[in-house]
Ligand binder design. Structure first.
Ligand code: PAF
Length: 280
């Protein structure tokens, strides 16, 4: 695995590979890798000649009171895991060479960024859209891989690829879960074992809702109340429980067509998100 820090060096190398006819698969990450990331890497490995992973804790997508400085970092382990998956390139830029001083260009998917996490993390998706745009311009991949746990992020990336005419395919792969049902996330490392038990209320509430819909429940208020009750019983401090259209993330009125239930909440000092698509 070749490790590159300098953006220009990476771009030149990627240009060379593209010209030689090789297909490039790209997995952007902030490190602290888990099986969810590795499932993206494995898929990229299967579908492309060359696999590129970026590891960059992007300061632009953290608010001033968020966990940028304590975000988990585990470079040694990450490297070992990526080598095992036969990744070809690890791009690991340093912030000053990635955002040059005086950086003033930002990318924003307006409507898609307004609701859900966008309401609670102002500027977050602008940071994500900007870093992803820059990474796409440097790597120039044929395919890029994202996880469905960050559903809003995936929709925003799909929109920016369409709106800004990137010539690449976005693949969104299913959320991976631990055996107890908790969606894999780098932030799960923050949870104590007690907190982890409380956090299980999130996937369990979604599973309960799925069962209810399967049994014919079509009342949005009843489903929402049921989810809220389950989260509160485990002392999850709720940011939101929203029922939205899977495409444009606007609130749904009825429960006839497929809809997405998206949840964000705090367990102690850890913010967790999860979601599930329901097929009535
Ligand atoms: O999902 C993440 O880890 C990040 O938001 C991403 C896509 C790597 C951009 O920094």
């Amino acid at each position: 695995m070749k490790e590159i820090k300098n953006p220009k060096t990476l771009q030149r190398e990627m240009e060379r590979l593209r010209r030689s006819g090789r297909t490039l698969g790209f997995v952007p990450t902030m490190g602290a890798l888990h099986e969810g990331h590795l499932s993206l890497v494995r898929r990229a490995r299967r579908e492309n000649d060359v696999v590129v992973v970026s590891l960059f804790v992007n300061p632009l997508q953290f608010g001033p009171k968020e966990d940028f400085s304590r975000y988990p970092r585990s470079l040694g382990e990450d490297r070992r895991a990526l080598r095992q998956e036969k990744v070809d390139y690890l791009f690991r830029p340093l912030a000053p060479s990635f955002y040059l001083s005086g950086h003033q260009t930002f990318v924003e998917a307006r409507e898609l960024s307004r609701g859900l996490c966008g309401r609670f993390r102002p500027g977050h998706f602008r940071g994500v859209a900007t870093v992803v745009t820059k990474l796409f311009n440097l790597v120039m991949p044929h395919r890029a891989y994202f996880g469905a746990k960050d559903y809003q992020q995936a929709r925003i990336v799909q929109a920016l690829v369409r709106d800004l005419n990137f010539n690449l395919e976005i693949k969104v792969l299913p959320t991976l879960r631990d055996r107890d049902g908790l969606a894999l996330s780098s932030r799960n490392r923050y949870l104590s074992s007690r907190e982890r038990k409380r956090a299980l209320a999130i996937p369990r509430a979604l599973a309960w809702a799925r069962d209810e819909v399967r049994k014919g429940q079509r009342s949005l208020p009843s489903l929402k109340q049921g989810i809220l009750r389950r989260l509160r019983a485990s002392k999850v401090r709720i940011d939101y429980v929203e029922f939205v259209e899977p495409d444009d993330l606007t609130p749904v009125r009825g429960l006839k067509a497929p809809f997405l239930i998206a949840v964000a909440g705090w367990v102690g000092k850890t913010r967790l998100i999860d979601n599930a698509i329901m097929w009535p």
